[in-house]
Design a protein around this ligand. Structure first.
Ligand SMILES: *Cc1c(COP(=O)(O)O)cnc(C)c1O
Length: 467
């Protein structure tokens, strides 16, 4: 039995402790605590020794998977290895001990200005506001800028935003939160926005379009120049979801493609460990004509998530112009290498060259026969856990039924990519021979395959005697 099979409450023995406290110097010390604040009954905490506690938490930490423990090909999230120097700089007391209410510290302002300057150079925008604390928060802020732009011109009928069907779910959600109506534009068979489907949607009720380029299939929207002309032509603005900026670094700039407003996910493209929902930073960049509006919006307190901004600045400065460009190119090379190495065993619905990520649509041979159910994308993802890998993003984007979205990032070596490819091929072979073995994977993890519906409806969030 593994250590973590026993919960710390089960190790508890009455009277056992991991500490000893001196007796209070006088009985009066206790009476100094106001009566209402004194504990009247036991805390009901486990009674365990110090080694038990240390082993319990160490075992928990080892059950965690992170990019520091292994390959993490989660598409649409850019889970890259983050250089430790960025962490060290962010932890320096000169930064970490600054109180948010300390306004106008010259060094801090210099860093924010320097980052603003670097991001403008990378994106082709003229000004960034750093208040938004995540990509989705940036989307909302950017759409507020868009709406305000139209209102200030007295153009009050622009209530709709066009969003492609391949978009990340936060795009339509942000538009709805901003009070704008979402109009979906279809992708063509090549996975790109279909310009002919876009044309009839344009009119004087359109505030603008939200686009991700490369899109969530990892494909560059080659007709972006024409799309920009059409949207501007009808009086709308172009919003760029910068979550996929990684492969474009130093090569192409959203500002040159015709975008007016954008966000970057500093925690994706520019370092910062961000598993488990945070921390993030989603600065919004705008063209000069919109800078006044952007600076007038107060969407969060203080200066935003300064620690994340600092890591981004350290990352950009330590890489420098040439290596930033190389990071983008390597992310594209890695993704295409995996795609080409696996496309004979996993279905590749769109065969063109991808950018930093790509999408398979399940297995070529899922092993289904007679009444044996074939292996699904979920089975493949769960089986990967047995082999020590984090699963890719699955069932997103929604364009395919068995989507497997893989993003290797630029930080992985050829050997790491080869090892992953070998395992993906091995799983494909297992599926073809005996799909049933995959249905109940994973077998080696502390928790096997939970009933996800039950877990969502009736989550067990604390230890109970009965389980
Ligand atoms: C991650 C992501 C977002 C949302 O960003 P958060 O920082 O998670 O709020 C939006 N769009 C795309 C394409 C993304 O990958």
């Amino acid at each position: 039995m593994k250590y973590y099979d026993k919960l710390i409450f089960e190790l508890s023995k009455p009277g056992r402790t991991g500490y000893s406290l001196p007796e209070p110097a006088s009985k009066d010390a206790l009476s100094a605590i106001p009566a209402g604040l004194r504990r009247e009954s036991d805390t009901c905490l486990p009674e365990v020794s110090e080694p038990d506690v240390v082993r319990h938490y160490t075992a928990l930490s080892q059950m965690n998977f992170g990019v520091d423990t292994g390959f993490y090909p989660l598409g649409s999230c850019t889970m890259k290895y983050n250089p430790k120097i960025n962490e060290e700089i962010a932890a320096m007391p000169a930064f970490s001990a600054v109180h948010p209410l300390q306004e106008d510290i010259p060094g801090i302002n210099e860093i924010i200005d320097g980052l603003d300057h670097a991001l403008c150079a990378i994106t082709g925008m003229d000004h960034f506001t750093f208040l938004p604390c995540a990509g989705a928060h940036g989307e909302l802020t950017g759409l507020m800028v868009m709406r305000e732009y139209h209102l200030r011109r007295g153009d009050t009928g622009r209530t709709k935003v066009i969003v492609p069907d391949s978009a990340h779910g936060t795009n339509p959600a942000s538009a709805a939160v901003c009070g704008l109506q979402v109009v979906e534009v279809k992708s063509g068979p090549d996975g790109l926005v279909d310009v002919e489907s876009l044309r009839p949607l344009l009119g004087d009720d359109i505030a603008g379009i939200m686009m991700t380029n490369p899109n969530t299939l990892g494909l560059f929207e080659r007709q972006i120049g024409e799309i920009a002309e059409l949207v501007h032509g009808c009086g709308g603005l172009l919003y760029y979801d910068g979550a996929n900026m990684n492969p474009l670094l130093g090569m192409v700039r959203p500002g040159d493609m015709g975008f007016d407003i954008m966000h970057l996910n500093l925690h994706k493209t520019f370092s910062t460990p961000h598993g488990g929902g945070g921390p993030g930073s989603g600065p919004v960049g705008v063209k000069a004509a919109l800078a006044d509006i952007a600076t007038s919006l107060k969407v969060s307190g203080f200066h935003g998530n300064f620690g994340v901004m600092l890591r981004a600045y350290a990352y950009i400065l330590s890489l420098g112009r040439q290596n930033i460009r190389l990071a983008g190119k390597l992310s594209v090379l890695g993704a295409n290498y995996i795609k080409e190495s696996l496309k004979d065993v996993y279905k590749l619905p769109i065969p063109s060259v991808c950018k930093h990520e790509f999408v398979f649509d399940g297995l070529v041979n899922d092993g289904a026969h007679d009444d044996v159910k074939g292996a699904t994308t979920l089975d493949v993802a769960k089986r990967l856990l047995d082999y020590g890998y984090h699963a890719p993003t699955i069932y997103f984007p929604l364009l395919f039924h068995q989507a497997i979205m893989i993003e290797p990032t630029e930080t992985e070596s050829r050997e790491t990519l080869d090892a992953f490819i070998d395992i993906m091929r091995k799983i494909a072979a297992e599926a073809a021979e005996n799909p049933a073995t995959l249905h109940d994977a994973p077998h080696t993890t502390p928790v096997s395959r939970p009933d996800e519906t039950l877990a969502a409806r009736h989550p067990v969030l604390k230890w109970q005697d009965s389980i």
